[in-house]
Design a protein around this ligand. Structure first.
Ligand SMILES: [Zn+2]
Length: 333
């Protein structure tokens, strides 16, 4: 058993309290490898933004759970080395699907875990989420639970049918589970293909696909039921066209990739939404930059030659999100 406090990490409680009061949101960026982690920490240190490092079950399987945990510990030391005196870094399990997985993360030094039992019937979701919250709270680890179902595919999480969170359930759910934050479904979606072209309209000027708007009415209903309670948006990549184009121009094949427009995320960040999850945008930035570099430099074979520009592109993207979309810059001096 190792406590996250020994690792220099923080849980989400203070971060969220300040974010809700201040009308901004904390970035939750997923990572699977060193370059992503470096880019996240460089961006957070440079902008002095609190940050949530998200690790999914798939990331733990890919990179090794022990190694990832030590990487997060190293990230705190690295942030200080970059001149960030008091880094506010949270290590969070994304989409925990069992009590055992959540417990394992708490025991390994995570400062926050998500239990996603949203696919289970309502009462079973409450029972499992409460079990995780009861365990995690003994160690002052914060817990995110989910109500409502998001569409799309993300690592091992996928759902064909989505349904919005029902505002009439949120008070009962939050009270009985004891969760610290609530992931809701209001029209965001996992992955780089969030909407089918037939769900979208076309901008008459540019001819580009415009996705259906987020259900702000549902979000505001939820806020009214749970004033000041931290709300989380999953599946909130905006799938920047420049990265999709970069992938496609240099040999990729990502037709009709589509995300959530940044103006809508900006609006959400001003509400009780205090954590916005972004994963696909980092994947697209990295892949686009690698494809471009290798296409332009066919003789290169040292991974550092193509991973360096990929890391720079991700850092640029993370800084853009922090400063221009979430508004979390300067909130962790
Ligand atoms: Zn998610």
């Amino acid at each position: 058993m190792v406590s996250y406090k020994e690792l220099g990490l923080v849980n989400t409680r203070e971060m969220f309290k300040k974010a809700v009061a201040g009308g901004y949101a904390i970035p939750a960026f997923n990572f699977n490898n060193m370059e992503q982690l470096q880019a996240i920490i460089m961006a957070a240190a440079e902008t002095k933004s609190p940050v949530i490092l998200q690790v999914s079950k798939g990331a733990r399987n890919y990179a090794n759970a022990t190694l990832l945990r030590y990487m997060a510990e190293g990230a705190v030391a690295y942030a200080k080395e970059l001149g960030w005196e008091h880094p506010q870094i949270c290590l969070h399990l994304d989409h925990g699907d069992s009590f055992e997985l959540c417990k394992n993360c708490v025991d390994m030094g995570f400062s926050s875990v998500m239990i996603d039992a949203s696919a289970l019937p309502y009462e079973e979701n409450i029972a499992l989420s409460k079990k995780v919250a009861d365990y995690a709270h003994q160690y002052d680890v914060t817990v995110e639970a989910e109500l409502g179902v998001l569409a799309g595919v993300e690592d091992e999480v996928s759902a064909e049918e989505s349904h919005y969170t029902r505002p009439e359930e949120v008070i009962d759910f939050a009270t009985r589970t004891g969760c610290d934050s609530l992931a809701i479904s209001v029209g965001t979606s996992h992955g780089a293909y969030k909407f089918k072209p037939e769900q979208c309209t076309r901008d008459p000027k540019t001819g580009k696909l415009v996705p259906p708007p987020l259900a702000f009415d549902v979000l505001h209903e939820i806020e009214k039921k749970l004033p000041g309670f931290p709300i989380v948006l999953h599946g909130s990549s905006s799938v920047p066209q420049e990265y999709v184009d970069m992938c496609n121009k240099y040999g990729g094949n990502l037709p009709n990739a589509i995300g959530i427009p940044e103006e809508q995320l900006r609006e959400a960040a001003k509400s009780a939404v205090c954590k916005i999850n972004i994963d696909s945008d980092s994947r697209l930035a990295m892949t686009g930059a690698i494809r471009k570099h290798l296409a332009e430099n066919p003789s290169h074979f040292d991974p550092r030659q193509y991973l360096k520009p990929a890391r720079e592109e991700m850092k640029k993207m993370y800084i853009h999100k922090i400063v221009n979309v979430l508004g979390s810059d300067g909130k962790a001096e």
